[in-house]
Design a protein around this ligand. Structure first.
Ligand SMILES: [Zn+2]
Length: 335
């Protein structure tokens, strides 16, 4: 089938109609795209910030749509099912990582932007094991950011193996940070959010966290050995040492976004009477995705979104690039 997508032909170019041929393999499903997010990561792909973008690049790694064709071996999904697709579209399901349920590390995996085209399109074809049934309780547009941002923070939190009633900090209250606050709050932990934006205090409180202004270094220096986990969603440089000192002994610092520049760290803070850990987390496994969607549906966790039509995709891309959107930006397909 000839698939109509919206591709970017060169670095920092505009999205324009772009067609490619794509059949449906025996384990695959074709999905009619209903909603597709434009995220900061898409802009970084358009600008080739990581050096691995392949043009034409079709953005969109958080997608909600309807299954419209299934391959001959697909039994878990049916035509008409409402599904979500994230960053990963395929894996080998035979290697060690796949067999242990860590398909996100499969060397044969296919991810949007590097190996295949994204969801800014009329249709998309993916392995059915990477099309996840969306629980009925979730709103199709407000759930879109769960599929990559939500998975990344949820999986990072789960890996911390927190005890009940832990004390946790969230750095940054943008798209990732807001979801981290919601998950942690609904898991029953005491949540604090560090934010440089005073106008976000009310929103942070509503999400279930107390706000700690991040702009006062003297105040930050007084917080010591308080947190079991700090999760950083910041992509601007910050003083990592300040936050490591805030971790209790055996506390963990989880990075789910990173500044493009190197971050210095005083490595002694990891062992001085502390056993602290720094780890990174990026997307998650299929099991994490299914657990996360079920948890989000049960606790009514969705993102704050602005919806624009596909016809305004280039305006949307510019808005996200300029950083003028305060919510997550979702494109809706009316065709
Ligand atoms: Zn594999």
């Amino acid at each position: 089938m000839r698939i109509k997508a919206y591709g970017i032909k060169q670095k920092d170019g505009k999205a324009a109609p772009f067609y490619y041929e794509r059949g449906v393999g025996e384990n695959e499903v074709r999905i009619k795209v209903l909603y597709c997010a434009i995220a900061r990561g898409d802009i970084q792909f358009i600008s080739n910030d990581w050096g691995d973008t392949r043009y034409p690049f079709v953005p969109g790694h958080e997608i909600v749509g309807l299954v419209e064709e299934t391959g001959s071996r697909v039994t878990a999904l049916r035509v008409g099912d409402r599904v979500g697709v994230g960053y990963q579209q395929a894996a080998c399901f035979e290697c060690g990582f796949c067999k242990e349920g860590n398909e996100q590390f499969c060397a044969q995996q296919k991810v949007i932007g590097v190996h295949c085209y994204g969801g800014l399109a009329e249709h998309i074809v993916v392995d059915n094991r990477f099309a996840f049934k969306l629980p009925p309780a979730l709103h199709p547009a407000r759930a879109v950011p769960l599929l990559s941002s939500g998975l990344t923070v949820y999986s990072g939190i789960v890996r911390a193996q927190l005890r009940a009633n832990s004390v946790v900090g969230v750095l940054g209250a943008g798209g990732l940070g807001q979801l981290a606050i919601r998950f942690l709050h609904k898991m029953g932990h005491k949540v604090y959010a560090f934010s440089h934006s005073p106008e976000k205090k009310e929103m942070i409180n509503q999400l279930g966290a107390e706000c700690i202004p991040g702009s006062n270094p003297e105040h930050l220096a007084t917080i010591s050995k308080t947190f079991d986990l700090i999760i950083s969603t910041l992509n601007v440089p910050y003083d990592l040492d300040d936050f490591l000192k805030m971790l209790k002994p055996q506390g963990k610092f989880c990075v789910v976004a990173s500044p493009l520049k190197k971050q210095p760290v005083s490595i002694g803070l990891l062992y001085d009477y502390a056993q602290r850990t720094i780890y990174g987390n990026y997307v998650g496994s299929r099991k994490d995705m299914m657990d996360m969607l079920a948890f989000a549906a049960k606790h009514n966790i969705e993102s704050i979104v602005d919806i624009m039509p596909f016809s305004e995709m280039n305006e949307a891309i510019e808005k996200v690039r300029a950083g003028t959107v305060k919510t997550r930006l979702i494109l809706e397909n009316h065709e």
